[in-house]
Design a protein around this ligand. Structure first.
Ligand code: SAH
Length: 418
């Protein structure tokens, strides 16, 4: 009986360099045309070996002819098969990489697997209290789902004890799945369903109720954990405006940092209701805080405040991704400039602006230029006092710089630029 030959992808001459440098993506343009054509009818997400043009083995990954990213590399060791033991080793490495970056006594929510950065392309796992929330973005990962769940249960028991895990819930309802030919899916994949009323987690001692079933993405934006701490530190006695507040991450951080008042603005009513509840959940540590919510479009709200002369000491700008594709970068920059200019115009001299862009296509350099133009138009001198990035549970792998998506500046907005 002959062992069936594993499917292979052959690269064009000279296209092996990124693979050797551990970049996990192989685009259609890097693949030898004949080899690519031959794989037209292969199963989406099938495991394949990647060879250089001379036939030398380079890596192993999963292939999807439907995606421009034809192959995502899983490993660079020819002796390692992609089986349950492989997933377990990779997940264990990801969990291990989060040891020591947060104190489990006061932080019970954290990203545990950050896709490509954890050598698990297309897979996201967030811990939300006693639940894990799984998000699968590619056909290759979708095929491996059962093995991954089995491995996750074991790895979670190893790192957090046998009794921690109540359930694993899948929130694979991202639109990008369409690029892989996948429909959206959600549901329980192990254990109990998450409670209807959500799960209360701790983050640096702050309490947040997270709606696993209906919240954005997996329910909570853990990428802002470290930046919430930065805002907490500068909120003492301040009148704070938290725009794009979602469920109040920065609102609670400012409250616990001693803010006098916080106004949380978002376009989503359910997010604001949870934001209000989250502020109340932390009331014991911020008794005198005056908190208000406002449902509306931040662009309009900022313009109105500017026209009315309503001023704040701290403004947080954490908008959703404005640049969805390269074609949107210019328009996105105009949007960022607009809100940053308006925010600077309503900050008391000496006050702070915490401003972010989560558009991967906009570099930190470009974002800095945008904020600079905003300061010129706002006619204010502005200090960049701290560079902000994604939280330590969203690490950036050096071989995958595309994973560096969240950039921010903590700015001190001085007086008029005379
Ligand atoms: N800072 C938040 C996460 C923000 S996510 C945290 O730390 O948890 C972005 C939020 O912007 C979402 O809640 C979305 O509802 C809201 N949003 C998107 N466009 C908006 C607009 N034009 N005006 C107001 N809110 C908007």
């Amino acid at each position: 009986m002959s062992i069936p030959k594993r499917l292979q992808i052959k690269l064009k001459p000279g296209k092996e360099k990124p693979v050797l440098n551990r970049h996990p993506w192989i685009f259609s343009g890097a693949i030898d045309k004949k080899s690519d054509d031959a794989l037209k009818d292969s199963d989406a997400g099938a495991i394949m070996d990647v060879l250089d043009h001379s036939g030398k083995w380079l890596a192993r990954g999963y292939f999807n002819y439907q995606s421009q990213i034809r192959c995502r590399v899983l490993g660079w060791d020819q002796g390692v098969e992609i089986d349950v033991a492989f997933w377990e080793a990779r997940l264990d490495q990801a969990f291990q990489a989060r040891r020591g970056i947060f104190d489990p006594k006061n932080t019970t929510g954290c990203r545990m697997v950050h896709a490509e950065a954890d050598l698990l392309p297309g897979l996201i796992v967030d811990r939300i209290g006693n639940y894990l929330v799984l998000q699968i973005l590619t056909a290759g990962m979708a095929r491996a789902r059962n093995a991954i769940v089995e491995a996750l249960v074991r790895v979670t028991a190893k790192h957090f004890g046998n009794d921690m895990l109540a359930g694993i819930y899948e929130r694979s309802d991202e639109a990008v799945r369409a690029k892989e030919g996948l429909s959206q899916t959600m549901g329980v994949v192990w254990g109990n369903p998450p409670p209807e009323e959500g799960v209360v987690i701790q983050e640096n001692g702050m309490n947040f109720r997270v709606d696993i079933l209906r919240g954005h993405k997996t329910g909570f934006y853990f990428d802002q954990r470290d930046n919430r701490q930065a805002v907490r530190e500068i909120s003492g006695g301040a009148a704070v405006l938290n725009t794009f507040s979602y469920t109040g991450g920065f609102s609670v951080a400012s409250a616990l940092g001693g803010a006098k008042s916080v106004l949380s603005v978002d376009v989503s009513g359910p997010a604001l209701a949870l934001c209000q509840e989250n502020v109340e959940l932390n009331r014991a540590s911020s008794r005198d805080l005056h908190h208000e919510i406002m449902e509306g479009d931040v662009f309009e709200v900022l313009r109105k405040f500017r026209d009315d002369g309503r001023m704040f000491d701290v403004v947080v700008l954490d908008p959703p991704k404005f640049a969805q594709s390269a074609a949107h970068v210019d328009r996105a920059c105009r949007g960022y400039k607009d809100i940053n200019r308006l925010a600077m115009q309503i900050i008391n001299p000496g006050g702070f602006l915490a401003t972010f862009s989560c558009s991967g296509l906009i570099s930190a350099d470009l974002f800095q230029k945008v904020v600079f133009s905003a300061s010129i138009e706002a006619q204010r001198h502005v200090h960049l006092v701290r560079h902000l990035s994604q939280a330590t549970c969203h690490p950036i792998l050096f071989s995958f710089p595309e994973g560096n998506y969240l950039k921010g500046f903590l700015c001190r907005v001085l007086g008029e630029n005379k």
